[in-house]
Design a protein around this ligand. Structure first.
Ligand SMILES: O=C(CO)[C@@H](O)[C@@H](O)COP(=O)(O)O
Length: 234
């Protein structure tokens, strides 16, 4: 069952090493089928060179394996919580991409510093707070999902407008309308984190945030009913 979705999720997973977003096996992609109430995710710890579409694991939205011979990604409870909580999400990516992890480990949001950022993220990419020992010792991955949602709700950030987060001490999660869209956002996040790192070092005393009018212009020329970037017409 779900052979087309497994193929799509496999291809999205393979796009991670192709875009230098993963080292070894440190990443995972999933995509949900809302009608069937399941999502498909990469198996845990399998070398990308050995990965096959049929290895993808089908999981229910409450996080139980429905189909597949391999253990699903260890981050499955995080994906499941995000799909349950944010019902518009179609695909989720987690990586340990280097520049985003550097910001995550420093506990610093990726600032909305220029139009490269504004094209994809309508504001800073926030950091979900460090988990407590109790949260890590019991249901670590579920609590990671909860900490992500809390970061957005406490700062009143719309997850559709800012489709990514840094989990403190761990790394980035991004999402989108489907798995490939979430991969696109993971690529952008690592690029803008690298650019921001250099911008901050070149001029440490400057507030590097892009002005609101440029943030608006760049975000909305790619998103919403008045988008005109690329082949959009209205
Ligand atoms: O950080 C970790 C494991 O410690 C995971 O996020 C990462 O390596 C990906 O794990 P999976 O291979 O998807 O189980």
């Amino acid at each position: 069952m779900l052979e087309d979705l497994k193929k799509e999720v496999y291809e999205a997973n393979m796009a991670l090493p192709a875009n230098n977003l993963v080292t070894l096996t440190w990443g995972n992609v999933s995509q949900v089928d809302r009608e069937k109430g399941v999502f498909v995710i990469k198996p845990s710890g399998v070398d990308y060179n050995d990965l096959k579409p049929e290895d993808m694991v089908v999981v229910s939205l409450d996080g139980h394996v429905v189909e597949g011979d391999l253990n699903p990604s260890t981050d499955t409870p995080t994906h499941a919580f995000l799909y349950r909580h944010w019902t518009d999400l179609g695909g989720i990516v987690h990586t340990h991409s280097k520049w985003a992890v550097a910001f995550a480990q420093a506990g610093i949001p990726v600032p909305a510093a220029g139009t490269t950022h504004a094209d994809t993220f309508y504001g800073d990419v926030p950091v979900a707070r460090r988990l407590t020992k109790n949260e890590v010792d019991s249901e670590y991955e579920l609590n990671t999902g909860k900490s992500i949602v809390r970061a957005f709700e406490s700062e009143d950030i719309d997850p559709k407008a800012v489709p990514g987060v840094l989990t403190n001490d761990h790394g980035p999660f991004t999402w989108g309308k489907d798995a490939m869209d979430a991969v696109h956002n993971a690529i952008v996040l690592d690029v803008v984190a690298e650019i921001d790192y250099h911008t901050m070092n070149l001029n440490p005393s400057q507030d590097i945030h892009v002005p609101q009018y440029l943030l608006d212009r760049h975000y909305y020329r790619k998103h919403g009913e008045n988008a005109y970037y690329g082949q959009n017409t209205h």
